[in-house]
Design a binder for this molecule. Structure first.
Ligand code: HEM
Length: 425
């Protein structure tokens, strides 16, 4: 690992996926917060330039002004230089609630909102607990595991797939496709590309496209089945939903499915893996939690702050405006870096200390404002149940090797996390 002194402002390139894969992003963000809080990443031949926000206050400012900072031109940092209407549509810009602006955004979000209220979420607890224990049973006698593949990926997958009414035989496919769509730059997921071409930008483009197309093909079939016979699931609910007196189009429904399967799955997985990793790396905090599990809700908030499973969301300015003293021109993109703001020293005292009793802890891991995470209640409940059951059964669980991180500037992912523990008899 590089140390803080080896990285300087001039070296920092937030387009560089390796910075994140090698776990150096926090050092970079610390330097940016101190020396260049609203920095500009210049355009390349392929992508336009963008502003980087690393201060808490600036991300609040932007997130709370959807009338100025739009989500409709895409929420990721890269805007291809060649972006035209067709490529914007195929990227889903303006098609999903997460890439929609008011007033349509709120109306569309309301269609599914009732499935995400605190009361609706609470009803899932027994199912989540049963699924968690079933997964823990599978590793219980082994005494070792790849925590990501055996446990963390499967709990959120089970929840979101059941919400969408997908049969269990298809869950593994959803895992594979989610990885392709959200981690296209990682050679491990570029399985459709010949080995010698993996790791290139072209390989990333192909991987993302294939994942997206297969996902749409899959959900188109599921949609047809629901049209023939309704079920108790979100897809059926959307088939019967209307917006301003009009039924949703197939395209509207397919984009909704696409968003939910991605958002509900990979993020929580990384909250779980990142959570266990942080606790193992801070044995004093793990011990404190094990001695008093009533600290768990606060520990989960600290896990979210510390790991920020979603690394960034972007907005595009709809008019000339200012963030602090920095002029932002109409059409320019601003990227909000959540791991950076969640360690902003001006908001979090001892921001570099992992403290499960931190209070207050108003982190922005779920965003804030108009697009605040719809699934935050599910994510928190899944994390709570996992840590309760896992620490009840395997209190001595610890790392058995280093984590393998995802090569991505969008998801703070862990692909593999070897762990060991005393097996159950
Ligand atoms: C630890 C887990 C999670 C994290 C860190 C996370 C993070 C986020 C963030 C940062 C946003 C804000 C987007 C923006 O401002 O542009 C968001 C939105 C969203 N999340 Fe999550 N999320 C998590 C889990 C989930 C789950 C489990 C679901 C579904 C079951 C979900 C569904 C959504 C949806 C649908 C949106 C879009 C909301 C809107 O645009 O109105 N998320 N999430």
């Amino acid at each position: 690992m590089m140390t803080e002194t080896t990285l300087s402002l001039a070296d920092i390139n937030l387009n560089d996926e390796e910075l994140f894969e090698r776990g150096l992003a926090h050092e970079a963000f610390k330097i940016l917060r101190r020396e260049d809080p609203i920095s500009w990443t210049p355009a390349t031949e392929e992508v336009k330039g963008h502003w980087n926000l690393v201060k808490y206050e600036d991300v609040m400012h932007v997130s709370r002004r959807p009338e100025i900072f739009s989500s409709e031109r895409g929420i990721v940092q890269y805007e291809p230089v060649s972006m035209d209407e067709a490529s914007a549509a195929s990227a889903g810009n303006g098609k999903m609630i997460i890439t929609m602006d008011p007033p349509r955004h709120v109306k569309m979000r309301r269609l599914v909102n009732k499935g995400f209220t605190p009361r609706a979420v609470a009803l899932w607890e027994p199912k989540i607990r049963a699924a968690t224990n079933m997964l823990l049973d599978r590793i219980a006698k082994k005494g070792e595991s790849d925590f990501v593949l055996d446990i963390a990926c499967n709990i959120p997958l089970a929840v979101i797939c059941q919400m969408l009414g997908l049969p269990e035989k298809d869950w593994a496919l959803m895992f594979e496709l989610t990885n392709k769509v959200l981690g296209p730059g990682d050679p491990e997921y570029q399985t459709d590309v010949p080995e010698e071409q993996r790791g290139t930008q072209e390989a990333a483009r192909i991987t993302g496209n294939i994942g997206t197309m297969q996902m749409f093909g899959y959900f188109a079939q599921a949609l047809q089945e629901r049209k023939t016979a309704r079920r108790e699931d979100i897809i059926s609910l959307l088939v019967d939903s209307e917006l301003e007196g009009e039924q949703l189009t197939d395209e509207d429904i397919l984009w909704f499915c696409f968003l939910l399967i991605l958002a509900g799955n990979e993020t929580t997985r990384n909250g779980m893996s990142g959570g266990l990793l942080s606790l193992c790396e801070h044995p004093d905090q793990k011990k404190k939690l094990l001695n008093d599990m009533s600290l768990l809700p606060g520990a989960i908030e600290e896990i979210l702050r510390w790991n920020s499973p979603v690394t960034h969301m972007a907005r595009v300015a709809l008019q000339d405006t200012k963030i602090r003293h920095q002029e932002i021109k109409q059409g320019e993109r601003v990227v909000m870096w959540y791991p950076a703001v969640n360690r902003d020293e001006e908001v979090f005292p001892n921001a570099d200390v992992f403290d499960i009793t931190r209070s207050p802890n108003e982190h922005l891991a779920f965003g804030i404002g108009e697009h605040f995470c719809l699934g935050a209640g599910f994510a928190r409940l899944e994390l709570k149940v996992l840590f309760e059951e896992m620490f009840r059964r395997f209190p001595d669980i610890e790392l058995a090797g280093p984590p393998e991180r995802l090569r991505s500037t969008f998801i703070g992912g862990i692909k593999h996390l070897p762990v060991k523990f005393t097996p159950e008899r």
